[in-house]
Ligand binder design. Sequence first.
Ligand code: ZN
Length: 135
Amino acid sequence: MLKKIEHIGIAVKNIQSSNELFKKLFGKELYKTENVESEKVTTSFFMLGESKIELLEAQDPNSAIAKFIEKRGEGIHHMAFEVDDIYAEIERLKKEGFETINPEPKKGADNKLICFLHPKTTNGVLIELCQEIKA
Ligand code: ZN
């Protein structure tokens, strides 16, 4: 079961100027920035109630975010849903006919295990499953 929208990811060209823009929009400060080596992105996070907004800037022209911006411009890139057991959810969703992009969950930003579902099986929406990594 997907429990709630954990965050919405927005692809941006310049994270510094976007941080300023979204600070003004939300009327609050971001709470963290983080480089995610596995995805070759720099991220920043804003907390809004129970959900977060993640800004993503590519660090490498071959990263998924750079390719997304090249094709479609800046904008909403993915929606992330919180799950309790990412391995069980992946099994369940595969049985339902969904395809994952990465074969195994991997370490994402903000202390999460993450896995993306292929948008061709989800009406064009890139969906991220995420599970908090417990220390
Ligand atoms: Zn995300």
